[in-house]
Design a protein around this ligand. Structure first.
Ligand code: NAD
Length: 484
């Protein structure tokens, strides 16, 4: 498959190239080969994209929500029809196995387009009766030009999760994918345009942090939605504050997963596997601190180790493969450094954590036991396939330790005690919680973090609040009484 796009950027309804930009090689993580070369946006390209978005947004906002929604839903259908090709591209961009990408990326993007397309026609204000026959009404208005900035782990999904609600509300979008995975967002823009989105409504510009910073600080931009790390989030939030822009921050985490001794052991092990090794551990909401009640600790570790031996590590395009490479050599290095640090700190490496000796960014899934709360591997986000298992005795203790982190993205609990499950979920300091499951992200459910893990919510009706604003109109029905 030739993955070299027609051009690096997508602006005003068409592909645009500017070879004056810094070259941006795209590396296939499974082999280390360069599969495409793009160019970062020059300031002129960024300006062109923002100007096109500002122009397109006015006419788009004047359409009815039903008309806007129809285009989003048509784009969802095209995406589903092309799921195979889009999944192959997602695999080439990220290295994630086709077994995953064929069910989790374009499909999730299509869900967002369909869901927000369905909501678009019902986005209205409200009528507010007031004393003396007066009344007020609210108008739900778009924000204007929105900027989306993506991380590299879910390039199609992130582009859709930001663009779908933005467009449904009557905004235009300029999206900058991660410089590590620049290919998939171009397809999202192409498909929306084919579905009828007017030129300029969705634009994609390539580049690293400098290009992102240029977008965030531009006066034409009303809203910035970032998916990325906490340090980047702090910078982008601060830059957006200068212009009092709206923000959504989907940032990192070090989420807890608590397994009580009455849990179904296989389900709990399955949840821990999903919450640590899906996408080779490169998922923001992963439950990387697995607290296991002392009585079942050894049984849990044994079952986990057995099941990890059955992981199929190999060619990501082979439908049997369920564990691919990491996204890049740089990300693999970070994971290997943390593994070395974990060993130094005295944690017990139960299984995995070895670099696989072949080209590409390959590592075996790692499990540490005897981890203590103060170790770096238990405190810092690794963003790789490294699970930390910690033991505990009581519910209070587990919850207190689970919450003792600056992050608050997600959290999970496995138990068969109904009351305890809800008590623990209520006690978690996290935006997205799971009971007897982990890492599900249906479009109908709000997704996002608390504490340093973020601001705002993606998906669900909650996302509408973050891509629109209310105008209030007071209507006096009687005479105006003034003091003089
Ligand atoms: P990153 O923070 O390095 O980069 C994220 C994006 O921000 C990239 O597109 C990058 O080019 C851009 N950027 C960097 N500096 C910028 C600046 N000063 N101004 C504007 N843009 C800038 O993150 P990453 O390595 O691409 O992704 C991994 C991180 O993303 C992890 O921390 C992970 O937890 C997080 N993440 C969060 C979610 C979520 O929904 N909460 C989802 C996926 C990933």
């Amino acid at each position: 498959m030739n993955v070299q796009p027609i051009a690096s950027h997508f602006i005003d309804g068409q592909y645009v190239e500017d070879t004056a930009g810094i070259p941006l090689p795209v590396i296939y993580p499974a082999t280390g080969e360069t599969i495409a070369t793009l160019h970062c946006a020059t300031p002129a390209i960024v300006d062109r994209a923002l100007a096109a978005a500002a122009r397109a947004q006015v006419a788009w906002a004047a359409m009815t929500g039903t008309e806007r929604g129809r285009i989003l839903r048509r784009a969802a259908d095209i995406m589903r029809d092309r799921n195979h090709d889009l999944s192959v591209l997602e695999t080439m961009d990220t290295g994630k196995p086709y077994q995953e990408t064929s069910v989790a990326d374009a499909t999730s993007g299509a869900d967002a387009l369909e869901y927000f397309g369905g909501l678009a026609g019902s986005l209205t204000g409200e009528h507010i009766p007031l004393p003396g026959g007066d009344w007020a009404y609210t108008i739900r208005e778009p924000l204007g030009v929105c900027v989306g900035i993506g991380a590299w782990n879910y390039p199609t999904q992130i582009a859709c999760w930001k663009t779908a609600p933005a467009l449904a509300c009557g905004n235009a979008m300029v999206f900058k994918p991660s410089e590590t995975t620049p290919l998939c967002a171009l397809k999202v823009a192409e498909i929306l345009t084919e579905a009828g989105a007017p030129p300029g409504l969705i634009n994609v510009v390539q580049g690293a942090g400098e290009v992102g910073a240029q977008l965030v600080t531009d006066a034409r931009v009303a809203k910035v939605s970032l998916t990325g790390s906490v340090p980047t989030g702090k910078k982008v939030y601060a830059a957006a504050a200068e212009g009092m822009k709206h923000v959504t921050m989907e940032l990192g985490g070090k989420s807890p997963l608590i397994v009580f001794d009455d849990a179904d052991l296989d389900d709990a092990v399955g949840g821990a596997i999903l919450g640590n090794f899906y996408s080779s551990g490169q998922v923001c909401s992963n439950g990387t601190r697995v607290f296991v009640q002392r009585g079942i600790l050894e049984a849990f570790l044994q079952r986990l180790t057995e099941r990890l031996q059955t992981a199929v590590i190999g060619d990501p395009m082979d439908p049997e493969t369920n564990f691919g490479p990491m996204v890049s050599e740089a990300q693999l290095r970070i994971a290997l450094d943390y593994i070395a640090k974990g060993v130094d700190e005295g944690a017990r490496l139960v299984t995995g954590g070895m670099r696989i000796d072949k080209p590409g960014a390959w590592i075996t899934p790692a499990v540490f036991a005897d981890v203590t709360d103060d170790m770096a591997i238990a405190r810092e986000e690794i963003f790789g396939p490294v699970m930390c298992v910690l033991d505990f005795d009581t519910e209070d203790e587990a919850l207190t330790r689970a919450n003792a982190t600056e992050f608050g993205l997600a959290a999970g609990v496995f138990t068969c005690d109904l009351a305890r499950a809800h008590r623990v979920a209520a006690g978690f300091q996290a935006g997205t919680c799971y009971i007897n499951s982990y890492n599900d992200a249906p479009v109908e459910m709000p997704f996002g973090g608390s504490k340093l893990s973020g601001v705002g919510r993606e998906n669900s009706k909650a996302a509408i609040e973050h891509y629109s604003q209310l105008k209030s109109v007071y209507v006096r029905m009687g005479r105006v009484e003034a003091p003089f």
